[in-house]
Design a protein around this ligand. Structure first.
Ligand code: SIN
Length: 535
């Protein structure tokens, strides 16, 4: 496999940084990996914006873990497999649910304050979980975890946390094929920087920005997955996209998540006529798997010709709601919603990408020295549909495992260290570019609109074919590439959009986060298989 790089560059002329571990991304997976790696060697964590700017920071509901005596990893495993709709890797899920509680307790030791009820954990419930097993810190769990991990990383002298560094490409040694670092765009200098390391861990998070409506922050542009693909890694399950059912739907409000935990505390879904509808769609009603709730909401919106449904919170005393969900309450109020009326208008939006860099259970990829963990990875724990609150857990468990495996690899490869020198043969000779010829934000917006309209919650063959044609057209229009963050992001979104559409065209059935109205049934005879792309 020959890697495809974005830019042609003479590497030896560029500033460079060296470490034992290079970790790209500062969500829970990257930060926990950094915390672990800091105990073993030198660590450079690079992140595109501020360390806090990640999906982790926004995670409300919490971390699923079988920590209650009435629960067990086996029950958690069964719920995860059920949600995953036949495509989970059971062995990897077993690792997730058995190691998960141990990793969560490490967070507690690091000072993360999950809510308690007396001496017991105050466990929440979310969709498709048959037990209360969600550890949470009020309704801002991710923020609490991120703060503790960032503090820990900043206080460790072996860890350097560098903000404002946008991943351009992962670098592979031309002869050995090993991953030996990454090329970054550094916002401090406005130029390129080469980060060299024998162990490179992609923890760049998701790609919710592929879609017009998303709960994800603007940094979630799939950079790690797209760069890994260019470097020769395999991408798997790209057709499986999770749409969160309940996202605030008010004019001028952002796509702000209304946690599934709200339904876990008893809130009901009603259409705009006031009719409760979920019992008609699934026996678990409001706590059915996310894909089921999302499609039910879309159906009700269509039938009532409304752009939202209502989340009825009237069963909860306003004071209680405010205490349990302070972050949600204050955001709703900020956008003018009177919670005293007892409902929140909601509609689905893109939330999580199940697909990503194909890894084994130690975060290893097909490329020596290159590991992936967290949302950017596809280890098989989520299958076709991620179980609620399993993603923070995944970041912890597989972030730690990637470090252990990377350290083992580093020690073996110490005998024959390899350095990447010379010329990087990319697609664009950036030095010849004098001006940025494109409006990259507009390019990204076009991709988002195509994806939302034609490859969104309900897909069908004709729409997907049109999406493929339109994305190809955009690709042909891009004649040159500027060395800027927005150019790299737009190209990454385009790459992933094309792969997601191609996978959705191929998968002629409906399963989990992939629903085709022209193939509405699940086909376990042919489609109990994964779609994998490689350059
Ligand atoms: C939520 O709080 O509903 C989101 C949790 C998750 O995405 O796992």
């Amino acid at each position: 496999m020959t890697p495809h790089y974005l830019f042609s560059l003479e590497l030896d002329r560029l500033p460079s940084l060296e470490s034992d571990f290079l970790i790209v991304g500062s969500g829970i997976a990257g930060l926990f990996a950094a915390y672990k790696a800091g105990k073993l060697g030198s660590v450079l964590v690079v992140t595109k914006q501020r360390a806090e700017d990640s999906n982790t920071e926004r995670a409300q509901g919490g971390i699923a873990a079988a920590v209650d005596e009435t629960d067990s990893p086996v029950l958690h495993l069964e719920d995860t497999l059920e949600a995953g709709a036949g495509l989970c890797d059971a062995k990897t899920v077993e690792i997730l649910v058995t190691e998960g509680p141990l990793r969560v307790m490490e967070l507690v030791e690091l000072g993360v304050r999950f809510d308690r009820e007396g001496s017991a954990w105050d466990l929440g419930r979310e969709g498709a979980h048959r037990r209360r097993r969600i550890l949470h810190a009020s309704d801002a769990t991710g923020g609490e975890v991120a703060r503790a991990l960032i503090r820990e990383c900043r206080s460790d002298p072996r860890i350097i946390l560098r903000e404002g560094c946008c991943l351009v490409d992962f670098l592979r040694h031309p002869r050995s094929g090993r991953c030996v670092g990454a090329l970054m765009l550094d916002s401090q200098t406005g130029g390129f920087v080469v980060c060299r390391a024998p162990v490179v861990i992609a923890a760049t998070g998701g790609a919710g920005q592929l879609y017009r409506g998303t709960t994800n922050p603007t940094v979630a542009t799939g950079d790690g997955a797209a760069a890994a693909y260019r470097a020769g890694a395999e991408l798997m399950d790209m057709e499986f996209v999770q749409f969160h059912p309940t996202v605030l739907a008010m004019p001028n409000a952002p796509h702000f998540l209304i946690s599934e935990a709200v339904r876990g505390e008893g809130a009901l879904l009603r259409n705009v006529r006031g009719e409760r509808f979920m019992p008609r769609y699934h026996q678990m009603a409001e706590l059915a798997p996310r894909d089921v709730v999302t499609r039910a909401i879309i159906r009700e919106m269509q039938e009532t010709q409304a752009n939202h449904v209502l989340l009825d919170i009237s069963q909860s005393e306003p004071d209680h709601f405010q205490v349990r969900f302070p972050n949600i309450s204050s955001t709703c109020r900020e956008y003018g919603l009177d919670l005293g009326k007892g409902y929140i208008p909601v509609a689905p939006a893109t939330h999580y990408i199940m697909g990503g860099i194909k890894t084994g259970s130690n975060g290893e990829t097909n490329t020596p020295g290159f590991y992936a963990c967290g949302e950017v990875a596809c280890s098989g724990v989520h299958g076709a549909n991620r179980l609620a609150s399993n993603s923070l857990l995944e970041g912890l468990v597989f972030g730690a495992r990637a470090v252990t495996a990377g350290w083992r690899y580093l020690q073996q490869s110490m005998e024959q260290p390899l350095r990447l020198t010379g010329y990087l043969d990319g697609r664009q000779d950036w030095t010849s570019l004098t001006a940025d010829l494109y409006d990259w934000q507009e390019t990204a917006e076009r991709v988002r609109t195509i994806m939302w309209d034609k490859a969104g919650i309900i897909r069908q063959g004709q729409g997907l074919a049109q999406a493929a044609v339109e994305l190809d057209r955009i690709d042909r229009e891009i004649a040159s590439l500027a060395p800027t963050r927005s150019a790299v992001e737009a190209v990454n979104l385009l790459t992933l959009g094309r792969l997601a559409v191609a996978a959705a065209q191929l998968r002629t059935e409906s399963r989990g986060g992939h629903f085709r109205s022209d193939f509405p049934s699940r086909d376990d005879v042919y489609w109990l298989r994964h779609i994998i792309f490689e350059v």
